[in-house]
Design a protein around this ligand. Structure first.
Ligand SMILES: C=C1C[C@]23C[C@@]1(O)CC[C@H]2[C@@]12CCC[C@@](C)(C(=O)O1)[C@H]2[C@@H]3C(=O)O
Ligand SMILES: O=C(O)CCC(=O)C(=O)O
Ligand SMILES: [Fe+2]
Length: 380
């Protein structure tokens, strides 16, 4: 398999798969266990796109345009999220990964449960890892792939796992190239070049020489149609513990990002052929807070089953991520201590929305909004 194992036992100590599994696609009325109220989420439940009267939309960047670096830099600074077109991922591969997700999630529950993520595991079928931080359950199911999908695919389809595995392998190979390119565009927009010693780990040339390289996880998310979507939550608000995430969300809306001082959700409207890119917490750290990781969530709808596939991209195992020295000086001290991806995932599993704050060295500068300081948010 092209993709490398995420260096992590994190989330293992956080057994979220102990819930009784409910086959959401057969439920006719929203159970109390899945009914969210304002007490379960401090953010306004409504809103999103045009519904709030605003026409503001998430930036769309054409990777073929001459000023892609500047556009990406601006989007990272002001939104923490953007969509990309002309990204080079063949359309048929996007269709194939969606078909692979559909074929997996449409299976009967007992068959999916053959690959249930173990309490101490990272790969497999189950509820979102962050579920344990909430008293209400989310209207979704997920399948996480770290390293080879073979073992779990074989459990699900003992005689027929090849097509699924081949699609995952092809998709990860293409995503790895795209994510690497996007990371360099982000770093380039911060004035960082491949010559710099401290980002040698991010150089694909180094990777082929040392055999190491950036790591990743693939997360397939399924949000069945919901009988009472206004009271349900697909995937609760979170930031990704990554350098960046590339999300394929097909053509059904549901992804929302938090905007402006934390009081407005904006829907990321699906754009034909586009992929969504999230700034993750590790880019937040590398950029010393100038590219804030985006708080996002997924809402559900009454009639359509929605799928999304997230490619969660991070640094190679063992690499300590800290604010880039070019971005710090006596007036802009480093705001975060060095962490490896594995350490950070462990911190996220323990502190969830306080994870970034827990690796912070000093208070944010005056006038600097740390959108990740969600300390006032009640999550349970
Ligand atoms: C690399 C990872 C990021 C992730 C935890 C994981 O080990 C694999 C699944 C990822 C995911 C996907 C859905 C949202 C999220 C918060 C979660 O519960 O599992 C993320 C995790 C993360 O970014 O922290
Ligand atoms: O389904 C979506 O749109 C969001 C998925 C997501 O945030 C994730 O997998 O981390
Ligand atoms: Fe996410």
């Amino acid at each position: 398999m092209p993709s490398r194992v995420v260096p992590s036992d994190s989330f293992r100590a956080n057994p979220t798969n102990h819930h009784k599994f409910l086959d959401l696609s057969s439920v006719k009325e929203l159970p109390e266990s899945h009914a969210w109220t304002s007490q379960n989420n401090d953010y306004p439940f409504s809103g999103g796109g045009a519904a709030d009267g605003s026409s503001e939309t998430v930036p769309i960047v054409d990777l073929n345009s001459g000023n892609a670096t500047e556009l990406i830099g601006h989007a990272c600074k002001t939104w923490g999220v953007f969509q990309v077109v002309n990204h080079g991922i063949p359309n048929n591969l996007l269709e194939e990964i969606e078909a692979a997700g559909s074929s997996l999630f449409s299976l009967p529950m007992h068959q999916k449960l053959r690959a249930a993520r173990a309490a101490d595991g990272v790969s497999g079928y189950g509820v979102a890892r962050i579920s344990s931080f909430f008293s209400k359950r989310m209207w979704s199911e997920g399948f996480t792939i770290v390293g080879s999908p073979l073992e779990n695919a074989r459990k699900i389809w003992p005689d027929d796992y090849n097509k699924f595995c081949q699609t995952i392998e092809d998709y990860e190979k293409e995503m790895k190239k795209l994510a690497g390119r996007l990371m360099w565009l982000m770093l380039g927009s911060l004035g960082i070049t491949k010559e710099e010693e401290e980002v040698k780990w991010a150089d694909p040339k180094e990777e082929s020489e040392s055999g190491s390289g950036c790591a990743a996880a693939l997360q397939m998310n399924s949000y069945p149609a919901c009988p009472d979507p206004d009271r349900a939550m697909g995937l609760a608000a979170h930031t990704d513990s990554t350098i960046l995430t590339v999300l394929h969300q097909s053509n059904i809306s549901g992804l929302q990002v938090l905007r402006e001082g934390g009081n407005r959700w904006v829907t990321v409207e699906p754009h034909p052929g586009a992929l969504v890119v999230h700034v993750g917490d590790l880019m937040h750290i590398l950029s010393n807070g100038s590219y804030p990781s985006v708080l996002h969530r997924a809402v559900v709808n009454r009639t359509r089953h929605r799928l999304s596939v997230a490619y969660l991209y991070g640094p190679p195992p063992g690499v300590k991520i800290s604010p880039l020295s070019k971005l710090v000086d006596q007036y802009n001290p480093p705001m975060y201590r060095p962490v490896t991806w594995s350490e950070y995932l462990g911190t996220k599993a323990k502190h969830f929305d306080k994870a970034l704050t827990s690796v912070r060295l000093c208070a944010p500068r005056v006038g600097f909004v740390d959108t990740n300081d969600h300390s006032s948010v009640r999550v349970g």
